[in-house]
Design a protein around this ligand. Structure first.
Ligand code: CA
Length: 226
């Protein structure tokens, strides 16, 4: 074969490679499209369907807290880590945050949880204020003593605009609300939650929920992978 004939051959190979590259790129782009239709649940993390959500519903990353109103570490997490997460990621539209009830401390955990679910059902806008106010009401000393009572629930709820406390007391007894708490307990079991708070970034459970640098790096990585 003469040198003259090699050039068209090379050109032909280049064109063929280029065509394949374009086809490959189109296939990749096509495969990416379904992922842009973000559903309310994450693919790997817990389903947050029907759960209270803070932030944009189409935020690309989901952070879930498994929490217990009786748990002092959850109160500390809410005071120290949560505000940073909200400022850095929720308010900027990158993360949606959800809270799932854990009943590790018995009847009081349950009463706090049904009350929070009842508030959410009645007025979703008031949910996060109630969640925070109930944690704020947790005694700093002797948190194991009885403090989540119907009286305390009413007292906390009455400080938040948009909650009808008579309706709240009725809803707390309703099967709908109890089902919501049972649904949360099923998620706790499914994701093998051993401690509260437990924090999940998409499908990854944090070993140390107070390691904010780790939370940030998981979120940043998930944002990069999008
Ligand atoms: Ca729930």
């Amino acid at each position: 074969m003469s040198k003259k004939n090699q050039s068209p051959m090379k050109l032909l190979m280049l064109i063929t490679l280029l065509v394949f590259a374009v086809i490959a790129a189109l296939v990749v782009i096509n495969n990416m499209k379904p992922e842009q239709n973000v559903s309310p649940s994450t693919e790997e993390g817990p389903s947050i369907e029907g759960q209270p959500v803070l932030g944009e519903s189409d935020a690309p990353v989901t952070v879930v807290e498994f929490g217990d109103f009786k748990c002092p570490a959850c109160k500390a997490w809410g005071q120290n880590i949560f505000p940073k997460l909200v400022e850095d990621y929720v308010d900027t539209g990158k993360v949606k945050f959800s809270y799932i009830n854990v009943l590790f401390h018995g009847d009081e955990s349950k009463l706090g949880s049904v009350a929070a679910e009842a508030v959410y059902k009645q007025n979703p806008v008031s949910y996060w204020d109630f969640n925070k106010a109930l944690f704020d009401a947790q005694p700093d000393v002797d948190h194991d003593s009885l403090w989540i009572t119907m009286e305390k629930i009413n007292e906390v709820a009455s400080t938040i605009p948009g909650i009808d406390t008579d309706q709240l007391e009725k809803d707390i007894q309703s099967q709908d609300i109890i089902d919501e708490v049972n649904n949360d307990s099923a998620l706790v079991e499914e994701h093998k939650v051993q401690q509260t708070p437990s924090i999940m970034v998409n499908g990854t459970m944090l070993e140390d929920p107070f390691d904010y640098e780790k939370i940030k790096s998981l979120i940043d990585q998930a944002l990069e992978d999008k």
